[in-house]
Design a protein around this ligand. Structure first.
Ligand SMILES: NC(=O)c1ccc[n+]([C@@H]2O[C@H](COP(=O)([O-])OP(=O)(O)OC[C@H]3O[C@@H](n4cnc5c(N)ncnc54)[C@H](O)[C@@H]3O)[C@@H](O)[C@H]2O)c1
Length: 255
């Protein structure tokens, strides 16, 4: 099927690379008109050129930046139908080494960024009586966790709570609010922040036998952004190759 987002205007935040770029690419393939927002101006602009999108340099932890990104979509295309707040950071840091400002930065981008993006998009979506607000959560935080990810886990668990609250508050405005919870996905960020041993241990823990591809996540976002998901709000979709299923490490069938 193609054209599932024909005529729709989408803003994807954190889309210079990785999962966000795949979401923007998938949306473009399905006919969406795009704005890409990212803190990395050079890479973001290059991705936007590739996809025929408008670009704005944005730090989503800042309300003025969130408002400017929404304004660019409205000025360029006249409406905003879909917003994806995907920007997230995941430094590895034990609690005992985490300074308050480290905590604030992770929560500021990952969690506050979702609130700010929603807050910025709300007036336009409320006025048009429709909209999709979509967020990248994670299995890490809402379901499982690991050492070094306390701030990250708190931020992603917080996103799920925010999704439910916003879905309820915005239900009367025709706005659906949902999220995707990726498992372990092969991205540039994972390559930078996780060791090869860690990545292999994740591969071993995934029943489907591989890390996720960014397109696996993009397809979930596409579904939640499409007309097919018009009766879904306040929920998250786990896309993890079955990683949450095993009760223990020894889960493979050995006949
Ligand atoms: N890769 C995984 O295994 C995985 C698993 C679960 C959840 N996630 C989540 O998916 C999202 C994307 O992860 P990824 O692996 O593609 O990361 P990535 O580092 O490859 O890409 C993240 C993008 O967000 C941008 N960004 C970072 N801070 C920003 C800010 N303050 N404002 C605007 N843009 C900013 C970066 O420049 C980059 O383009 C994150 O929210 C992450 O927590 C990833």
């Amino acid at each position: 099927m193609t054209g599932r987002l024909d005529g729709k205007v989408a803003l994807v935040i954190g889309a210079a690379r990785g999962i966000g770029k795949a979401v923007a690419t998938r949306f473009a393939e399905e006919g969406a008109r795009l704005v890409i927002a990212d803190s990395e101006a050079e890479t973001g602009a290059a991705t936007a050129r590739e996809l025929g999108a408008a670009f704005i340099a944005t730090d989503i932890s800042r309300f003025d930046d969130a408002k400017a990104a929404v304004a660019l979509a409205l000025d360029t295309y006249g409406s905003l139908d879909i917003l994806v707040q995907n920007a997230g950071i995941y430094p590895w840091q034990l609690i005992e080494d985490t300074e308050p400002e480290d905590w604030d930065r992770v929560l500021g981008v990952n969690l506050k960024g979702c609130f700010l993006a929603a807050r910025a998009a709300l007036p336009a979506m409320k006025a048009q009586g429709s909209g999709r607000l979509l967020f990248t959560s994670s299995i890490t935080g809402p379901h499982v966790t690991m050492p070094g990810q306390a701030h990250y886990s708190a931020s992603k668990a917080g996103i799920n709570g925010f999704i439910r609250a916003a879905a309820l508050e915005f239900s009367g405005y025709g706005i659906c609010v949902n999220g995707v919870e990726p498992g372990n996905i092969e991205t540039e960020g994972v390559g930078e922040h996780r060791s090869a041993d860690f990545i292999q241990s994740m591969r071993d823990a995934i029943p489907l036998g591989r890390l996720g591809h960014v397109r696996d996540i993009a397809n979930a976002f596409l579904f939640l952004a499409s007309d097919e998901a018009s009766y879904i709000t306040g929920t998250t979709l786990v896309v993890d190759g079955g990683q949450l299923l095993p009760e223990g490490a020894n889960f493979r069938i050995n006949p």
